[in-house]
Design a protein around this ligand. Structure first.
Ligand SMILES: Nc1ncnc2c1ncn2[C@@H]1O[C@H](COP(=O)(O)OP(=O)(O)OP(=O)(O)O)[C@@H](O)[C@H]1O
Length: 314
């Protein structure tokens, strides 16, 4: 890989009480990129992130974080939003953000100033002097996120950051993640919602049952599946039909089939020469959801969806 890596991990394993939580994970996160770890409940995402950060040590395997082989040595240039959220309820939002920065070495006065800027710029200006306990759950989560980035870390690690946010705040968070990456930070986040990863990430890891099912560019995951062709012809029958691929099936008046290996042009020529009369033609590239199903299996995909529904309802 050409780019420098903000994170490189090879063959990470972790067992808890005799049960393998992470079973051979490799990860390569290029500097300045947005990277997603996708997987259902209990897949091993949090354990993987904790090992990358040095909060726990792997039983086996190797990782570097911003070039450090002992990840904790990078702590001051890393920001981490854990899955368990929590802020001191009596602190003002300004102080809560500054306090989190101070834990990473940022002087309190600088933290307070930056906190004001972050809160003002993101529609929370009225809450600067209000205690955390006066905020909604989503707002408190946003404040915790500001505390995660207030010391302007080179690497931002977010564990299920979209969980518990409504659609508007999810959109804001996506915007903020893009902005941080545009300013040069590297972002890695875990999620069980494929759409967030599809919109944001250049590279992903797909984990299920502690095992790595895929690691690489999102485009490569999507390329695992053929594009789908849908075709409607004016003529119902004719010699042109022999030109259709063997897997072509008629569904609701459309011939549906995988994109032929040799491309669409030879087929189009045969259809035109055979007088099929092309009325409608679409070629659809598979999305990341379809790729996920193909890579991790329908069971893992269902678990992801159920988990999402469960958390929304909670
Ligand atoms: N400290 C621990 N002690 C014992 N078991 C653990 C510990 N941490 C994680 N596990 C187990 O390891 C497995 C992977 O958990 P992990 O939290 O990494 O998954 P996850 O993909 O982050 O899922 P979730 O989103 O539900 O947290 C689970 O079976 C979990 O119960």
């Amino acid at each position: 890989m050409g780019a420098n890596l903000a994170i490189e991990a090879k063959g990470l394993y972790k067992t808890f009480d005799g049960k393998r939580a992470v079973d051979g994970i490799d990860i390569a996160v290029p500097e300045g990129s947005i990277y997603g770890i996708l997987g259902p409940n209990g897949a091993g995402k949090t354990t993987t992130l904790r090992m990358l950060l040095g909060i726990i040590n792997p039983d086996r395997g190797y990782r570097t974080l911003l070039g450090f082989e002992r990840p904790l040595e990078a702590a001051r240039i890393v920001g981490y939003l854990p899955e368990e959220r929590g802020l001191y309820p009596a602190m003002t939002t300004r102080d809560a953000v500054a306090f989190m920065g101070a834990l990473r070495g940022l002087p309190l006065d600088v933290g307070r100033r930056r906190a004001e800027g972050l809160l003002q710029d993101n529609g929370l200006g009225d809450y600067i002097d209000k205690p955390i306990k006066s905020l909604s759950k989503g707002m408190a989560q946003t404040v915790q996120l500001f505390g995660t980035i207030v010391h302007q870390p080179k690497l931002i690690v977010l564990d299920e950051p979209f969980s518990g946010l409504d659609a508007i705040n999810q959109g804001r968070l996506e915007h903020l993640i893009r902005e941080e990456a545009a300013n040069g930070a590297t972002i890695i986040f875990s999620t069980h919602v494929i759409a967030h990863a599809e919109r944001l990430c250049e590279r992903i890891a797909i984990i299920a049952g502690g095992k790595l099912r895929f690691e690489g560019p999102v485009a490569d995951a999507r390329d695992r599946l053929s594009s789908q062709v849908r075709l409607r012809t004016r003529s119902a029958d004719g010699a042109w039909k022999v030109a259709l691929p063997a897997d072509a099936r008629l569904k609701d008046g459309f011939w549906c089939f995988d994109m032929p290996a040799e491309g669409i042009e030879p087929l189009l020529k045969a259809l035109i020469d055979g007088g099929a009369g092309i009325e409608e033609l679409s070629i659809e590239r598979p999305g990341l959801h379809d790729a996920f199903v193909a890579i991790a299996g329908p069971e893992a995909a269902r678990e992801m969806e159920n988990e999402g529904a469960g958390r929304e309802a909670a």
